[in-house]
Design a protein around this ligand. Structure first.
Ligand code: BG6
Length: 471
């Protein structure tokens, strides 16, 4: 196969603030929802207090990114570092930190690609009005976004609003939904989702007003669901699974309106959010410039009928909040044709080609992959090597799928896998690693936090150097 990537293809790697920075309360930073939840699990796994210690070692880490050959580095700003209580005083030290990181990246010829919000809402906003449940939160976010655009917009041209709104909203812990009644939880969820859409639109408009040549878009958690059989009900269930878990979000960003199939569900479940008339214009006029997608795996679905005990639209299992099943819609099944990672994600490079084609055909906007990767319990050998050939195989398959999608006519701007270095995984701490760079620490023993290049680091370096020809 002749892998042709465009000359200016943006080879990158990704991270997020609470998973990599550490220094959770240093230099005035406020606590976030991500910190709060990680502390609740401190006895089980690493928390966000030290993470990969990027806050103190960013110069060394950016030098390693340069050596890797990165063209872009996708990372997030911690809202609570800039505004510790979310909507009050600005923290100068927080602004300075990201200023230094951005300047250091630019000195190394690496383009900063910034996410404004990656799961880490300032906790003070939860205490004040339960975060996204309040309309106030959308305007607090707009103010925070404007502060970032004004501070960094002269040097940063690529912006992402929310990381994976469509996934985050499904996870009670990330949204701080503490409601045991399933219907009430879904009602709060729908209202929060709406306020996040409003915040997204406000940020898109502010970016276009304040950042010359600024490009902004969402980063969605992408899905591709196969019908488990060719029974028409299962085919419909597979479509619904994709539409409900991702496409509704892109459709709203794209058109400014809730699509009919989603509004029908909200009505059926009696959870239509409160919307203000004046929001319509804001939602409609905010035009995203590109779509970023995070892709890890595919799903397979059968139809799950509703019955008297299980009303249509209700979730079947609250245990798995991400790939949940929904009565009257879909149930996820194991795909017998795919292998799964040790943590259960069904590995499927072909699915990425499908997703890229689908999104491009549907929205005709440039695409970029801002997460893709394999989480594993890597082993550090005595001579300090990590032989992660399984990760190389995973990434190779997915990069080949990108090349094929480009041949199919998809306008793909870049590929930025997860993650640049090992970082705090949401439920497995430092046991589950994704990075090109090994961080020598365990969950409860932070050791020296030494940076060690894995085999995949050298492999990816070659891929970038040859613009994909070495695959
Ligand atoms: C993505 C998130 O959904 O998945 C990342 O944007 C996360 O923040 C990644 O780390 C991998 O998930 P996990 O649970 O393995 O950390």
């Amino acid at each position: 196969m002749n892998k042709k990537f465009p000359e200016n293809f943006l080879w990158g790697a990704s991270s997020s603030a609470f998973q990599i920075e550490g220094a959770w309360d240093e230099d005035g930073k406020g606590q976030t929802v991500a910190d709060y939840n990680s502390f609740k699990r401190s006895h089980l796994q690493a928390d966000s207090k030290v993470a990969s210690d990027f806050y103190h070692r960013y110069k060394e880490d950016i030098a390693l990114m340069k050596e890797l050959g990165l063209k872009i580095y996708r990372f997030s700003i911690s809202w609570a570092r800039i505004i510790p209580d979310g909507d009050g005083k600005i923290n100068k030290k927080g602004l300075e930190f990201y200023d230094d990181v951005i300047n250091c990246l630019l000195e190394h010829d690496i383009i900063p690609f910034i996410t404004l919000y990656h799961f880490d809402l300032p906790y003070a906003l939860v205490e004040k009005y339960n975060g996204w449940e309040s309309r106030e939160c959308a305007f607090a976010f707009e103010r925070y976004a404007k502060i970032c655009f004004e501070a960094y917009g002269d040097r940063v041209k690529y912006w992402q609003v929310h990381n994976e709104q469509n996934l985050m909203i499904r996870v009670d812990e990330r949204m701080n939904i503490n409601e045991s009644d399933a219907w009430k939880a879904d009602k709060i969820r729908a209202q929060m989702d709406y306020h996040m859409f409003l915040a997204h639109a406000l940020a898109v408009k502010a970016c276009h007003d304040l950042v010359e040549d600024g490009k902004i878009g969402p980063a969605v958690s992408s899905t591709c669901t196969y019908p488990h059989t060719n029974k028409p009900e299962d085919v419909w269930a597979a479509k619904m699974n994709d539409w409900f878990k991702t496409n509704y979000c892109l459709d709203i960003h794209f058109t400014g309106e809730y699509p009919g199939y989603y509004m029908r569900y909200l009505k059926e479940r009696n959870i239509v959010p409160v919307m203000e008339e004046a929001d319509k214009d804001i939602l409609k006029s905010a035009k995203m410039d590109y779509i970023a997608l995070n892709y890890y795996r595919t799903l397979s679905a059968t139809y799950l009928p509703a019955d008297e005990k299980h009303p249509v639209g209700s979730r079947a299992f609250r245990g798995n909040e991400v790939d949940f099943d929904q009565y009257g819609y879909f149930r996820d099944e194991k795909n017998p044709y795919l292998n799964a990672s040790e943590y259960g994600a069904q590995i499927d490079p072909m699915g990425l080609r499908i997703v890229l084609n689908e999104y491009y055909q549907r929205y005709r906007l440039p695409l970029i992959i801002t997460e893709n990767g394999l989480g594993c319990a890597d082993v550090l050998t005595e001579d300090k090597k990590v032989h992660d050939d399984y990760r190389i195989e995973y990434l190779k398959g997915h990069i080949e799928a990108c090349a094929l999608a480009i041949e199919d006519g998809v306008e793909l701007m870049g590929y930025s896998p997860w993650s640049v270095m090992d970082l705090l995984s949401s439920h497995q701490g430092f046991k589950k690693r994704y990075g090109f760079i090994y961080i020598n620490r365990e969950d409860h023993d932070i050791k020296e936090l030494e940076r060690i290049k894995k085999d995949s680091y050298y492999w990816y370096q070659k891929v970038i150097e040859t613009n994909g020809e070495s695959l």
